[in-house]
Design a protein around this ligand. Structure first.
Ligand code: AHG
Ligand code: MN
Ligand code: MN
Length: 342
C-alpha cells in the first residue's frame, strides 16, 4: 500500500506548520474548517440532479447575474462553517456586495477570508465541473477589533494561503501557503481528503489554451494575433495548440496546472476590465499558479501586485505556464493591447 494513502489534509497542514516554529496552528485549524465546508458543498453538488436544488432563485447577485440555488447554498455553508471559529475578523464573498461581519465575540481573529463560493455556476445543470475558490490574508487592522473593508482590500502578494476545490468526477482540494501546491482527493468512503497530488508543478511550456473564442470579434489585435499564432503550426512546435474551455475558471486552471496550459479571460472592446474578479478568482488562482512555478498577469502587470480598489473589481487575466504567459505578454505589448485601467 503506498505510504501517502493516509496523508490526510489535516495531517498535511499540521506537518507543514511544524516546519515553522513560530506557527500557532491557527492556519491549520481554519484550513480544516474550509475542508469541512467543501465536503458539505460537495455532497450537495453530487445531489444536485436529484433534489429540488436545480433552477434559479430568481435573485440577481451584485454583478447583475442570475444566481442559482446552489450558489447561495455554497455561500451560506462557507459563512456558517467559518464565522464562529474565532480565526477570522471579516469575510467577503462574490455573492455579497459588502464585507461580511463576523458575529461579535467571534470577530477578533487574526485572519481575513475572501471566497467565490461556487465558480462556473452556468455549468451546474449540465453536471460539468464547478468549484469553490478561497484567499486568506492576515488582518491589518488592530487585533481585538472587528475587521474592516481595508483588511479585505490587500494586494494578492499579501496572501498567506489560497486554494480551491473542484467538484468534478471526484472532489479535489488544492491549496498553497506559498511553499508548494498540494492536491487532495475526497475519498467518499472515508469522508476524508487524501493526498493525491504532491508538490504540483506547472510545466514551463504547454500546448493547451483556454479562452472563450465566441468573444473573438470583441478582442483587441494583440490577442487575435496571439491566438492565431497558437493555431498555426510553426517550425519549432510542429503542431498547433489544443483548445480546451470548460467555462469554470477553477476547472480550466486546475487542468492547466496538471497538464500545462494558459487560461485567458481578456480585456476586450465589450469588457475593458475583463470579467473575472480580482479578489475572489484572480488573486487566489495567481498565488497557486505562481507557487507551482507559473505566471499570472493582467496584461502588463503581475496580478498579485494590483492595488485593489473595490471588493468586486474585475481584471483581465492571463495565467498558466510561464513561457506561454511570456509570449502573450509580448503580443499584448507589441499591439498596444494592455489594459491601462489597472
Ligand atoms: P461564476 O460562476 O463564479 O460567476 O464565475 C464564472 C466565470 C468563470 O468561472 C468562468 O471561467 C467564466 O465566468 C466563464 O465566462 P464566459 O461564459 O463568459 O466564458
Ligand atoms: Mn467565479
Ligand atoms: Mn461564483
Amino acid at each position: 500500500m503506498p505510504k501517502q494513502r493516509f496523508m490526510t489534509l489535516p495531517r498535511h497542514i499540521l506537518e507543514g506548520e511544524k516546519k515553522h516554529p513560530e506557527a500557532t496552528g491557527e492556519l491549520s485549524a481554519l484550513l480544516s474548517q474550509i475542508a469541512l465546508a467543501a465536503k458539505t458543498i460537495s455532497l450537495e453538488v453530487n445531489k444536485a440532479g436529484l433534489a429540488d436544488i436545480l433552477g434559479f432563485t430568481g435573485e440577481t447577485n451584485t454583478h447583475g447575474e442570475q444566481v442559482k440555488k446552489l450558489d447561495m447554498f455554497a455561500h451560506e455553508i462557507m459563512i456558517r462553517a467559518l464565522d464562529h471559529g474565532g480565526h477570522f475578523c471579516v469575510m467577503a464573498s462574490e455573492e455579497e456586495e459588502d464585507i461580511i461581519h463576523i458575529p461579535s465575540h467571534h470577530d477578533i481573529g487574526k485572519y481575513v477570508i475572501l471566497f467565490d463560493p461556487l465558480d462556473g455556476s452556468s455549468n451546474i445543470d449540465a453536471n460539468v465541473s464547478i468549484g469553490t475558490i478561497f484567499s486568506i490574508y492576515k488582518r491589518i487592522s488592530p487585533e481585538g477589533t472587528p475587521g474592516t473593508l481595508e483588511d479585505c482590500l490587500q494586494p494578492g502578494t499579501e496572501q498567506v494561503a489560497a486554494g480551491y476545490i473542484v467538484y468534478g468526477s471526484s472532489t479535489i482540494f488544492v491549496y498553497t501557503t506559498g511553499e508548494g501546491v498540494y492536491g487532495f482527493t475526497l475519498d467518499p468512503a472515508f469522508g476524508e481528503f487524501l493526498l493525491s497530488h504532491d508538490d504540483i508543478k506547472i510545466s514551463k511550456t504547454c500546448s493547451i489554451y483556454s479562452l472563450n473564442e465566441g468573444n473573438y470579434k470583441y478582442w483587441n489585435n494583440g490577442l487575435k494575433k496571439y491566438i492565431k499564432y497558437l493555431q498555426d503550426a510553426d517550425d519549432q512546435r510542429g503542431k498547433p495548440y489544443t483548445a480546451r474551455y470548460i467555462g469554470s475558471m477553477v476547472a480550466d486552471v486546475h487542468r492547466n496546472l496538471l497538464y500545462g496550459g494558459i487560461y485567458i479571460y481578456p480585456a476586450d472592446k465589450r469588457s475593458p476590465t475583463g470579467k473575472l474578479r480580482l479578489m475572489y478568482e484572480c488573486n487566489p488562482m495567481a498565488f497557486i499558479v505562481e507557487a507551482a512555478g507559473g505566471r499570472a498577469i493582467c496584461g502588463h502587470r503581475r496580478i498579485m501586485e494590483i492595488e485593489p480598489e473595490s471588493l468586486h473589481q474585475r481584471v483581465p487575466i492571463y495565467i498558466g505556464s510561464e513561457e506561454a504567459v511570456n509570449e502573450v505578454e509580448k503580443y499584448l505589448k507589441e499591439y498596444g493591447d494592455v489594459d491601462l485601467t489597472n
